[in-house]
Design a protein around this ligand. Sequence first.
Ligand code: C2E
Ligand code: SIN
Ligand code: SIN
Ligand code: FE
Ligand code: FE
Length: 367
Amino acid sequence: MQEQTGTESHRILELLFSYMPRIAAERKMDNLLVLMADLGRSMVSADRCSLWLIDRESKELWTKVAHGVDELRIPIDAGFVGYSVRTGNPLLVEDAYQDPRFDRRSDEKTHYRTTSVLTVPLLDTAGVVMGVFQAINKQGKDPVFSQQDLERLALTAVYSAKTVESARLIAEQEATQREIIHILGEASEYRSKETGDHIQRVAEISYALAKYYGLSEEEAEQIRLASPMHDLGKIGVPDAVLNKPGRLTEGEFCFMKSHAIIGESMLKTSKRPLLQFAASIAGSHHERWNGTGYPRGLKGEMIPLAGRICAVADVLDALSSPRCYKEPWPEERIREEFELQKGEQFQPELVDLLLEHWDELYGPYRS
Ligand code: C2E
Ligand code: SIN
Ligand code: SIN
Ligand code: FE
Ligand code: FE
């Protein structure tokens, strides 16, 4: 590295420390790309800077230039960026228009005049190129990028590659978790031959009720993710009971009731907070506000809130849908049932919220 003045290295450190917490807190890839491009631009004092990522499927590079603006896409082999992708090498160009590798089309499209250019590839952990940093038009009295700018952008590229990789890993894990939860939920639905998307509807109604109740987006989202597993314990209920076309005898209903505890026990074996949360919903979604529910006969606020919320959503769905043992109820009768059960089976505030937002929550059952 060249000799650098104290104030200059101080500026670089300040820059890094101001961006690092913002980058660490950001989960959305789009926003990450914008943040890291801003960091790169400040690091090398460029007029513009973008972080291009490779989309191997479409053989394109894509980027976001600003929050809320659509993504840009270019062919994977286009211009200077394409050169860095192909070779894995950085590039320092003083005047783009003197270089045969320059792709003038983007200047023509954006009415911009590119002069000096700096590109640096991003390598993943395996050493494979995953994207490219591109800085354009060095600002200041000497309008070309220096070897030191290249080193700084390379440093930013190492940091950005790690950030993109871990953001992808987290997104992948979250998607896997959502799919496993969905499959678990469907397992109970599959056996009991419940038609349609019972599981998803209960999740959406629970989420909406949670929001109207005043829970945060994050808490409501946890309920949306966990509620699909509320009937998981039904996979432990004998087929003859689960799918009996008529009314259950008292003995059969005893079997049926065990689904709450079975589901809770299955989910409680996990230490994951989301599955622990799902366990509490499975174990409390048939409790009743007045204390006459099962499996524990809990009363009022002793019943976990998510279980109280899921109870309303579950019964709305059960009454509105055909089941092996019953036809759907008419809309008016369902409303009346909730009014009747307000403060009995269900927490009064939740029934009020359901009735207040009836058209939205019951709407999907009308068609
Ligand atoms: P599910 O079908 O998902 O019903 C969930 C809850 O919705 C029921 O919990 C109950 O609180 C409410 N619900 C459903 N249908 C009616 C109804 O016609 N009238 C009223 N007032 N409430 C209704 P519950 O009672 O603890 O039942 C748990 C599960 O047991 C049900 O889940 C269903 O799988 C099964 N089940 C309940 N009753 C019968 C029955 O008569 N025959 C059969 N084959 N299964 C039943
Ligand atoms: C039950 O049979 O206990 C639940 C369904 C109903 O109340 O009709
Ligand atoms: C539940 O988690 O099902 C309720 C809390 C309890 O009594 O165990
Ligand atoms: Fe249930
Ligand atoms: Fe259910």
